[in-house]
Design a binder for this molecule. Structure first.
Ligand code: GDP
Ligand code: MG
Length: 440
């Protein structure tokens, strides 16, 4: 990638849409990256198709080469699919909130129970763990141990009564939680090495008995391609409202995250990355996206290229501004930049007496800005470059084209000329704009 990258960074003058060849070339690499990350094949296919579609409509960026641009789109799309902002845990209006854990044996449910308990406790909750895995002899003890480590109460069947009934334990646990005023109950369940009907039935029975507010499907990130079939089996057999990925401390690239999310539509809420109770965090889609892509340095490069380009733009604009050559295109760009407290905003802030101008620019609200943008986009490039040529009939055409009144076009053009004059004067007076522009 990087050879092409440096080469293409030197040809930033292309305009128009991204070409099919550009998109196809990068899409091939992305496809390989996703398959290497163990994303299920079907998911890779639909994902690539979606990316191609979106990339086709994209304008060629001035800051990035086509490959970078496609990767940027891929990354954005990945972050979007993985959940954008993380969803929070659903808490019941009438406590206790019941959280049920489901998943294959060894997925990390029991460990997660302890992690969740500690995490909830730190947030001021009074959680209780419930041992509903009565399948394996040690399962109850294991839960009691993590419960102790987390410093929370564990509800378990009395020893010596043979193999208890998990549904009965679950039911009694909820009653006990209400009685002892635990506001969150985490129900640990049994798992099998493979999906089987008996296991599903038991989980469904426990679910019906405790009516969970959240059922979390716990899945080992190392499971790779199998993630889809397992997730589908649990979705159909028990149903779940969220996903927890475990063992992210391993070397798995985490394709399971994308597969499970894409196939079940349920959000990933938490990530486990170690055996200790502290090795646990809410899920971060952006980190996972870059892990799945395995292109961390490329993503950093893209960010840097964009920042460098912004900087470049700002310097050019300052130069133009001081020589009174600001175009409407620059004007629009700068207004957009001010909204983000960009270069001109900062620049003006440093100039004595320029506060008023800055306020004026900063007052432009988003809706107004959209309109200004529509008007300027409705102009020909020649008009944007040389606003003096925008006469009466051109104003009428622009107004009709962008769905505004002629008065609004007039306002914009007049305001632009005023701003340009004022900025050139200020620049001259305070002598900024580098060696070239200077005072006249
Ligand atoms: P369960 O069968 O679903 O209850 O799974 P366990 O909680 O018993 O976990 C199975 C094994 O995986 C145990 O040895 C855990 O210590 C280990 N484990 C669980 N979560 C993680 C994790 O995030 N990272 C690592 N490295 N090991 C984990
Ligand atoms: Mg367990």
């Amino acid at each position: 990638l990087s050879d092409r990258l440096t080469a293409a960074l030197q040809t930033l003058t292309r305009k128009g849409k991204l070409s099919d060849a550009d998109i196809d070339a990068t899409a091939r690499e992305i496809r390989i990256a996703l398959l290497e990350a163990d994303v299920a094949l079907g998911v890779v296919k639909t994902f690539i198709a979606r990316i191609k579609e979106r990339a086709k409509g994209a304008e060629v960026s001035q800051a990035l080469n086509p490959a970078q641009q496609v990767i940027k789109i891929v990354n954005e799309e990945l972050v979007g699919i993985l959940g954008g902002e993380t969803r929070r845990l659903n808490l019941a209006k009438n406590p206790p909130t019941v959280i049920m854990l489901a998943g294959l044996q060894g997925a990390g449910k029991t460990t997660l129970a302890g992690k969740l308990a500690l995490w909830l406790k730190k947030q001021g909750h009074a959680p209780m763990l419930v041992a509903c895995d009565l399948q394996r002899p040690n399962a109850v003890t294991q839960l009691q141990v993590v419960g102790e480590r987390a410093g929370v109460v564990t509800f378990a069947p009395e020893p010596g009564n043979g193999v208890g009934d998990p549904v009965d334990v679950a039911r009694r646990a909820i009653a006990e939680a209400k009685h002892a005023q635990h506001d969150v109950v985490v129900v640990d369940t049994a798992g099998r090495l493979g999906v089987d009907e008996e296991l599903m039935k038991q989980a469904a029975d426990i679910r019906d008995a405790v009516q969970p507010d959240e059922t979390l499907f716990v899945v080992d990130a190392m499971i790779g391609q199998d993630a889809v079939t397992t997730a589908e089996a649990f979705r159909d057999g028990v149903g779940f409202t969220g996903v927890v990925l475990t063992k992210l401390d391993g070397d798995a690239r985490g394709g399971a995250a994308l597969s499970v999310r894409e196939v079940t539509g349920q959000p990933i809420l938490f990530a486990s990355n170690g055996e200790k109770l502290e090795d646990f965090d809410t899920f971060h889609p952006d980190r996972m996206a870059s892990r799945i892509l395995g292109m961390g340095d490329v993503l950093t490069l893209i960010e840097q290229a964009e920042q460098a380009f912004d900087q470049d733009q700002a310097e050019k604009a300052a130069e133009k501004l001081s020589s009174g050559q600001l175009t409407l295109e620059d004007f629009l760009e700068q207004m957009l930049a001010v909204r983000k407290m960009g270069p001109i905003g900062n620049l003006l802030g440093m100039l004595p007496g320029a506060g008023q101008m800055k306020d004026q620019l900063a007052q432009v609200d988003d809706k107004h800005l959209d309109k200004l943008q529509a008007i300027i986009r409705g102009m020909t490039p020649a008009e944007r470059d040389n606003p003096k040529m925008i006469n009466g009939s051109r104003r009428l055409r622009i107004a009709n084209g962008s769905g505004v009144s002629v008065r609004e076009v007039n306002d914009l053009v007049n305001r632009f000329f005023e701003a340009r004059k004022m900025m050139a004067q200020m620049a001259g007076r305070f002598g900024f704009g580098g060696g070239g522009g200077g005072s006249k």
